[in-house]
Design a protein around this ligand. Structure first.
Ligand SMILES: [Zn+2]
Length: 288
């Protein structure tokens, strides 16, 4: 799954290359790519035609294109392998091209949704008064959002009887933090993933949020270097992951701070990577 920084790179690309353009034609080439649009591919294509695309929006890992002239938005699900590409109209079709959107202007480019594994897709939704697609109205703001409320996050964290990594991945509390960024931020904060949220002090919460933002911004800085080209692309892989990780994927390698060998533990069908010395387990683990 792409994480927030990769999705933000795609959003910026869409903002630059697609916002403000009017849809001339939509071709749905594989029904699975629009399965979340319950009325079907023909309805999806018909309802988009003639509408003007607004500025590309993101909340957490969710990405959408609001329509300028209707209370509707196209929600993009990138899934495991989904890509949104802006390609010259004459470029040959990608092998896994699922949806094509042509525009009325003469700019000569079109939007393509390409997805090898078809876990992703596009769907059209009514928008809430806040401008969110209704199906993601419950998703919390992400920590890079200017309107994210640090104090409210801390209060909610204390009230939520859970453990810190579960809280970081709870999209109704804070959005956009995936498994990798959670492990990185917890390592930087010297916090064990199973620490009960009830034990988090205000300074600890503030420090953790700061590290979450630093990790995301660092990834954004790397991921954002190539978005200037006429190629909007996300596939869940990022060069950042190979170079800059301190915790995730580093089992058996020395901790960058203390040299102790890093460990991996199974965690909710995934893994948690941590330093057993810097990130001490809580003495009492709350019952889940
Ligand atoms: Zn360490």
């Amino acid at each position: 799954m792409p994480e927030l920084p990769e999705v933000e790179v795609v959003r910026r690309g869409l903002e630059r290359w697609v916002a403000g353009r009017t849809v001339a034609e939509v071709q749905v080439l594989h029904p699975r790519a629009v399965r979340r649009h319950l009325a079907g591919g023909e309805d999806f294509a018909h309802r988009l035609r003639g509408h003007r695309i607004g500025g590309a929006m993101r909340r957490g890992k969710y990405l959408w294109l609001p329509l300028d002239d209707a209370p509707l938005a196209v929600l993009g699900h990138l899934g495991m392998s989904g890509q949104l590409l802006v390609q010259p109209e004459e470029a040959s079709d990608e092998k896994h091209l699922r949806v094509r959107v042509r525009f009325e202007d003469g700019l000569g480019t079109e939007l393509r949704f390409v997805d090898q594994r078809t876990f992703g897709g596009l769907s059209l939704h009514d928008t809430t008064p806040d401008g969110l697609p209704d199906v993601i109205g419950h998703i919390a703001r992400d920590p890079l959002d200017e309107a994210f409320d640090d104090a409210a996050f801390h209060t909610a964290l204390r009230l939520r009887r859970t453990t810190i990594k579960r809280a970081l991945l709870d999209q109704s509390l804070i959005s956009g933090v995936g498994n990798i960024y959670a492990d990185e931020a917890l390592w930087r904060s010297k916090l064990h993933y199973d620490r009960p949220t009830a034990t988090m002090t205000r300074p600890r919460s503030a420090e953790l949020l700061g590290h979450v933002r630093d990790v995301m911004n660092a990834a954004l800085a790397v991921g954002g270097t190539s978005f200037d080209s006429l190629y909007v692309n996300v596939n869940g892989e990022s060069g950042y992951f190979d170079r800059s990780l301190d915790a995730y994927g580093r089992e058996g390698q020395p901790c960058g701070r203390c040299g102790t060998l890093m460990r991996r533990r199974p965690w909710m069908n995934r893994s948690s990577y941590f330093c057993p010395k810097c990130q001490r387990p809580p003495r009492v683990v709350t019952a889940q």
